[in-house]
Design a protein around this ligand. Sequence first.
Ligand code: ZN
Length: 162
Amino acid sequence: MKIQKGRVVRMHYTLRDESGATIESSGGRDPLTYLHGFGHLITGLEKTLEGAQAGLRTSVTVPPQDAYGEKDPQAVIRAPREDFPEGLTLEPGIEVQADTPDGPISFTVVAIEGDEAVLDANHPLAGKTLTFDVEVLDVREATADEVAHGHVHGAGGAHGHH
Ligand code: ZN
């Protein structure tokens, strides 16, 4: 059965950055199960998988615009240390939440410079060219409920809101 919109795909994947280092992998864990055509995967990967069948093993390199987008320089801001809760150890790599007029946003602390923290609201993978090694295990029709909800039910599915 071919992969197309409204079908459920089970696959193993390994995500690597430009240097070949593994960022994330389903290896040794449950495979990823997703409903194709509903934006659960980045565009570049969904496009590659469209029309593929179980048994496909491939590697695809996706530029930022088909992955998590380019980095937005406006999303990098500075905030004085004193704006953070006392007792919070500010260090590069941690995530912090900030209230903005548009609601809470999460930032990654990218540097501490003097009395200021440099915060980045970009997706951690924004601006990166990503390589996915994928192995399609199986493809099935989604149920009417799954299509109505826009996600997979059952093993490996999104759950708890019914
Ligand atoms: Zn549901």
